[in-house]
Structure formats: structure tokens, C-alpha cells
Design a protein around this ligand. Structure first.
Ligand code: C2E
Ligand code: CA
Ligand code: CA
Ligand code: CA
Length: 274
């Protein structure tokens, strides 16, 4: 038993070493990826409920690594987030998003910000400078943050959001319903948009609970004068159910997959899905 136990400990150590080594590799690769032009943004349309008119696009990062292949942001963003790499990466994303946005006739771009970026010293000034330098109106730039970014220091977050709103930025609360937001706090934040997490949209047709949550978020958003975007719409049934429920905006594979800047521009010019 003693021998066995040590074996397991050794195996555990090996697995840990392996994962630390992997992390370091990703970290190193990432910091070079920007310079080598291995990163790109793809854009997924966000559309109005009735006419399916395109109101905006969410910018999503992709890493095409010659070494690892296509690395998912779900894998490398958390690693970047644990170091200052997230700032470098984030700045690259802002600049790219803003350059692409300039080519569209009127839609906004919605950019994901991780908690660490949002809590960065002088976050507001930093984003404002990059967007203003590019000559882009803040009203066409939406900042997507998650509940995690705001609910550990509510006072400070409220102040940051207020300032961003004052400068004209759009603010969306992403993955709404999966974090720790309390309704008590929600009313204190300056928000333009609630994004219903995909897991609720996915469960809507199967579980009463998910359907109830989707309906509650839609009502809450409407009552507070916010846009509500349902993400992860994958079927016609979901589309119809969300329309009936009064959800104002939709996003998901059923409407359009994330696409490169060229295709996004063509679609932006057309103005509608389909
Ligand atoms: P998210 O912000 O919740 O983004 C939505 C994710 O759902 C995207 O995955 C998108 O491609 C995917 N998606 C969209 N429609 C559907 C659908 O109908 N069905 C399904 N199954 N999935 C759908 P992606 O691009 O892999 O991004 C994963 C996460 O990585 C994002 O989740 C976001 O948290 C993070 N991320 C992506 N780009 C950035 C970025 O530029 N900066 C930061 N900080 N995070 C990013
Ligand atoms: Ca998002
Ligand atoms: Ca989301
Ligand atoms: Ca999500």
C-alpha cells in the first residue's frame, strides 16, 4: 500500500509537471503569437429579433499556431489572464476590433474583456485613448464583461461603469445568470445589454427551470430598459421561443457562425441575415 501511495504521488507530480510545462509553453508561444501575426479576430453577428437585422458583431479571438494548430480562447485566455499577457493581448484585440469596425456602415463591435483587464489601473482612460485615437465613436464600441469582473468590488466597478457610460461606451453583462450577481446590485450598474448565457438557451426546450430563467432575464432587461441578447441560438425552435418570449436580440450558430473580417463586412453591408 505504501509503495502504491508513493506511485500515485509520483504520477501526480508528473502530471503536474506536465501541465506546468504546457502552461509555460502556451505562455511563451502566446507572447510571440502577436508579433508573428498568428492571432486573428472573427466576428459573430448579433441580430434584432423580428427582421434579423444586424445590429452588431461580437469579436472573438483565434490563435492559429503552426505548432499547436487552432488553439481555443477557452484554453489560452485563462492562461493569459493569470499574467500580464492579458493586457498585451487585450490591447491587440481592441485595436483590431476598432480597425474592422471602421469599415462597417453602422453596426457596433462587442469586445470581451477579462476581469483583470477591467480592474486594470485607469482602465477607462486606457480604452478611451485607443478608441478615440482610431477616430471611432465610443457608442459603436461595446464592452462585454462578466459578473466576476464586477462583483468582488462593487463600489469600484460601479464607478468604472459609470465613467465608461459617460464617455458613451456601450456596456454588456456577459454570461448573465451564471455568476454571482444579485438583483440588488444590478440596478446600481450602468448597463446597456444583458447577454443570456448559452446554457439557459440550450436548456430552454428541455427544462422548465431554464425556460423560467430565460423569461426572467428578458423581463428584467426590458423593465430596466436594457437590450437582451440570447447567445447560443442553435435551432429554429429556440429562435421562435425567444421571439415569443420577447427577447430583443439573438446570436448563435443558427443565425450565423463567427466569420472573418471580410465576410463580416459583406454581411454588415447587406444589413440582414439570410
Ligand atoms: P463568450 O464570450 O461567452 O463567447 C461565446 C462563445 O460561444 C464563443 O466561443 C462563440 O464562438 C460560441 N458560440 C456562439 N454561438 C454559438 C452557438 O450557437 N452554439 C455554441 N455551442 N457556441 C456558440 P469562443 O469563440 O470559443 O470563445 C470562448 C470564450 O473565450 C468566450 O466566451 C470569451 O469568454 C473568451 N474570449 C473570446 N475572445 C476573447 C477576447 O478577445 N478577449 C477575452 N478576454 N476573452 C475572449
Ligand atoms: Ca462574450
Ligand atoms: Ca457569453
Ligand atoms: Ca459563455
Amino acid at each position: 500500500a505504501k509503495h502504491n501511495g508513493r506511485g500515485i504521488v509520483r504520477l501526480f507530480d508528473e502530471v503536474m509537471d506536465e501541465s506546468i510545462r504546457f502552461r509555460r509553453q502556451i505562455e511563451g508561444g502566446l507572447s510571440e503569437a502577436i508579433a508573428k501575426g498568428e492571432l486573428k479576430l472573427v466576428f459573430q453577428p448579433i441580430v434584432g429579433r423580428d427582421e434579423l437585422e444586424i445590429t452588431g458583431f461580437e469579436a472573438l479571438i483565434r490563435w492559429c499556431s503552426p505548432e499547436y494548430g487552432m488553439v481555443s480562447p477557452g484554453m489560452f485566455i485563462p492562461i493569459a489572464e493569470e499574467s500580464n499577457l492579458i493586457h498585451e493581448l487585450g490591447d491587440w484585440v481592441i485595436d483590431q476590433a476598432v480597425e474592422t469596425l471602421k469599415t462597417w456602415p453602422g453596426q457596433y463591435v462587442s469586445v470581451n474583456f477579462s476581469p483583470r483587464q477591467f480592474r486594470r489601473h485607469n482602465f477607462v482612460g486606457h480604452v478611451m485613448e485607443r478608441v478615440a485615437n482610431a477616430g471611432v465613436e465610443p457608442g459603436r464600441f461595446q464592452i462585454e464583461i462578466t459578473e466576476t469582473a464586477i462583483f468582488d468590488d462593487v463600489e469600484r466597478a460601479a464607478e468604472t461603469l459609470f465613467k465608461l457610460r459617460q464617455m458613451g461606451f456601450r456596456i454588456a453583462l456577459d454570461d448573465f445568470g451564471t455568476g454571482y450577481s444579485s438583483l440588488y446590485n444590478i440596478r446600481r450598474f450602468a448597463l446597456d445589454c444583458l447577454k443570456i448565457d448559452r446554457s439557459f438557451v440550450d436548456g430552454m426546450g428541455r427544462e422548465r427551470e431554464s425556460a423560467a430563467i430565460v423569461h426572467s432575464i428578458i423581463h428584467l432587461g426590458r423593465a430596466l430598459g436594457m437590450e437582451v441578447v440570447a447567445e447560443g441560438v442553435e435551432t429554429e425552435t429556440q429562435l421562435q421561443a425567444l421571439r415569443l418570449a420577447g427577447c430583443s436580440h439573438l446570436q448563435g450558430y443558427y443565425l450565423a457562425r463567427p466569420m472573418d473580417a471580410e465576410d463580416a463586412l459583406a454581411l454588415a453591408r447587406r444589413g440582414y441575415i439570410g
